[in-house]
Design a binder for this molecule. Structure first.
Ligand SMILES: [Zn+2]
Length: 325
C-alpha cells in the first residue's frame, strides 16, 4: 500500500507544478498532451478523437480545452468537430484514468447527433477501453471504487486487441504487458503513424514505479520495454523512426527506450546477484546499487533507495507467472 501512496504523492506534486496542458505535436494527426497528470496521446481526424489515457480528474476541463483547440486547428472550412470516440486506458492509476468520467461524457456532448452515423452512440459517450484486470481492480466483486462512468466499457482478456476498423486512417493495436507497472498495463501502437503510447512502463522523469500491490513486477516492466523495442524501428542508427510517448516526461524514440531498458537490466542483475548471495535488504541498500543512475532518475518522492527496495521485493517474490515475453 505504501507504493500506491507514493504514486499518488508524486502525482500530486506533478499536478501542482503543471496547471496548464501543453499540446506537443508527435507525428501527423497524433499529439501528446502534457501536464494533466500522465501524458495523454490524442489521435484526431475525420473519424473523431481517440485518447490514450485521460489525466487527473481535476485537469479534465483543461484537457477538454486542449482537445477543442486541436479540433479547431484540424477543422476544414469550419466543419463541425467530430466527437471523442475512444479513451484507451494504459492502467488504473488516477493520474491516467481521472478524466474518464468527464471527458468520456463530453464524447456524447460533442457528438450531439450531428452526424447520422453517430446517433446510435449519442447516449453512450466515448467508449472506454482497457485490459480486463483494470476493470477487475477498479470494480472488485462488481463494486466500483470509482465513479461508475469512469469504468472501462470495453475490455479484453487476451494478449492484445485491435480496434475493429481503421481509425483516422490507421490500425490501432493494444497490447497487454503482464505484471509490469501493474498487472493490467497496456501499450498502444498506432500502426500507420508509427507511434507507441507506453503508459507508466516507460518514464523519462524517474525510475519506474513497481506497483507491487497492484500486481506489478520489475521483470514485467523490462519485458514490456523489450516489447516496445521489438515493435520499434529506428530511422537510422537507433535515432528517429518510431516515436514513443512515455507515461511521464518528454517525447522519445527507440534509443531512449533502449537506454532505460539497459539501466533497469543492469540494476536488476546487481540486485539479483546480491540476492543469490543471500544478502539482506539492509545489505542491498547499503551497497547503493543505483548510485550511478540516481542523479538522473532519483526524485524526492521516488528515490533510488525506494526503487532498490521495490526491486529487491519484486525479485524476491520471483518471476511473475507468464510474465516473460
Ligand atoms: Zn501509474
Amino acid at each position: 500500500m505504501r507504493l500506491v501512496l507514493l504514486v499518488l504523492c508524486s502525482v500530486a506534486a506533478f499536478a501542482q507544478a503543471n496547471s496548464h496542458v501543453e499540446i506537443v505535436p508527435v507525428r501527423g494527426h497524433i499529439y501528446m498532451l502534457a501536464g494533466a497528470g500522465g501524458n495523454i496521446t490524442v489521435s484526431i481526424g475525420p473519424d473523431g478523437v481517440l485518447l490514450v489515457d485521460s489525466g487527473l480528474a481535476e485537469m479534465s476541463d483543461q484537457v477538454l480545452a486542449a482537445i477543442r483547440e486541436l479540433q479547431r486547428r484540424v477543422s476544414v472550412n469550419g466543419a463541425p468537430a467530430k466527437p471523442i470516440r475512444y479513451i484507451i486506458n494504459t492502467h488504473l492509476h488516477p493520474d491516467h484514468i481521472g478524466g474518464n468520467e468527464k471527458i468520456g461524457e463530453a464524447g456524447k456532448t460533442i457528438t450531439g447527433g450531428n452526424v447520422i452515423g453517430d446517433i446510435g452512440d449519442a447516449t453512450e459517450g466515448a467508449t472506454i477501453v482497457a485490459h480486463e484486470k483494470v476493470l477487475d481492480r477498479l470494480s472488485p466483486n462488481g463494486t466500483p471504487t470509482v465513479s461508475f462512468k469512469a469504468l472501462p466499457t470495453l475490455t479484453f482478456l487476451s494478449d492484445q486487441m485491435k480496434l475493429s476498423q481503421f481509425f483516422n486512417g490507421e490500425g490501432i493495436q493494444i497490447f497487454h504487458e503482464k505484471a509490469a507497472h501493474t498487472d493490467g498495463d497496456s501499450i498502444v501502437l498506432f500502426r500507420g503513424s508509427d507511434v507507441i503510447s507506453a503508459g507508466d512502463i516507460f518514464l523519462t522523469t524517474s525510475y519506474p514505479i513497481i506497483d507491487l500491490a497492484n500486481g506489478g513486477s520489475l521483470q514485467g516492466i523490462i519485458d514490456g520495454l523489450n516489447h516496445i523495442l521489438d515493435l520499434s524501428v529506428p530511422r537510422s542508427m537507433q535515432e528517429g523512426g518510431t516515436m514513443v510517448i512515455p507515461g511521464f516526461g518528454r517525447l522519445c524514440d527507440q534509443a531512449d527506450v533502449t537506454d532505460y531498458r539497459d539501466m533497469l537490466t543492469i540494476i536488476r542483475d546487481r540486485v539479483q546477484d546480491m540476492l543469490r548471495k543471500g544478502k539482506t535488504l539492509d545489505e542491498v541498500r547499503a551497497a547503493r546499487l543505483s548510485r550511478d543512475y540516481d542523479r538522473r532518475y532519483s526524485t524526492s518522492s521516488w528515490t533510488g533507495d525506494m526503487f532498490i527496495e521495490a526491486v529487491y521485493t519484486s525479485l524476491k517474490n520471483g518471476a511473475p507467472a507468464g510474465g516473460s515475453k
